[in-house]
Design a binder for this molecule. Structure first.
Ligand SMILES: Cc1cc2nc3c(=O)[nH]c(=O)nc-3n(C[C@H](O)[C@H](O)[C@H](O)COP(=O)(O)O)c2cc1C
Length: 198
């Protein structure tokens, strides 16, 4: 007869990880998301269609969007095993200051149309992560309010140069006065992309 070995509770305990129940439905949904595609699916359910499509879609046949996505899929991480990973440093010097990771949050217009807290949330999250946040000329929170939302954060300002140069330069002055330390000049949008009905 087989003699069964009953595992000891002490040995099993480290393998059993119980999560604390999350009663906040929003936090529960977000915690269950494991990829950007999961977040997209959540956003699609909770965002009005026009706002979702503006954020998710691209111009005409979305060919450049598909190519950009492919470029990211083509990147492969090469695992370096059997190395000391006790002190991993992902920081990089970006435009004269250290960023905790080698990227930042790109500027998006009409941000609060997609999510109520919008730029404030983006700037606060970027500051907490130690990466730069970029405010769009078409942003939906003022230059000063974004700076105030994340006083320890690092903000960049994105400029669309309008025909009215004075008004454009006044924005740059305000950004500089509010402590923004880089200017992103967007030059590839002389006209808006044509949306495509699918
Ligand atoms: C919804 C949305 C709004 C955007 N708004 C702006 C904008 O106001 N100004 C700008 O310079 N770029 C804008 N962009 C471009 C992004 O800043 C970024 O350059 C582009 O999405 C490429 O980065 P990605 O591959 O990480 O999406 C926008 C992009 C998206 C998706």
């Amino acid at each position: 007869m087989v003699e069964r070995r009953i595992p000891k509770m002490r040995d099993l305990a480290p393998l059993m990880q119980f999560k604390k129940p999350e009663f906040n439905a929003r936090r529960r949904r977000l915690a269950a998301a494991t990829s950007i595609y999961d977040l997209r699916a959540i956003a699609k359910r909770v965002t009005p269609r026009a706002a979702f499509d503006y954020t998710d879609g691209a111009a005409e046949g979305e060919i450049s969007l598909a190519r950009a996505r492919q470029a990211f899929h083509d990147i492969e991480f090469h695992p370096s095993v059997l190395r000391d990973v006790s002190a991993v440093d992902t920081s990089r010097e970006v435009l004269g200051r250290t960023s905790a990771m080698p990227f930042g949050i790109a500027p998006t217009g009409f941000t609060r149309m997609m999510q109520t807290e919008g730029e404030r949330a983006g700037a606060t999250a970027a500051a907490a992560a130690g990466i730069p946040f970029s405010l769009s000329t078409m942003g939906t929170t003022s230059i000063e309010d974004v700076a105030a939302a994340a006083p320890d954060g690092r903000n960049w300002f994105q400029l669309y140069m309008w025909t009215d140069r004075e008004r454009s330069l006044a924005l740059v002055d305000r950004a500089a006065a509010a402590g923004y330390d880089a200017l992103i000049l967007t030059v590839d949008t002389p006209v808006g992309g044509a949306a495509c009905e699918t």
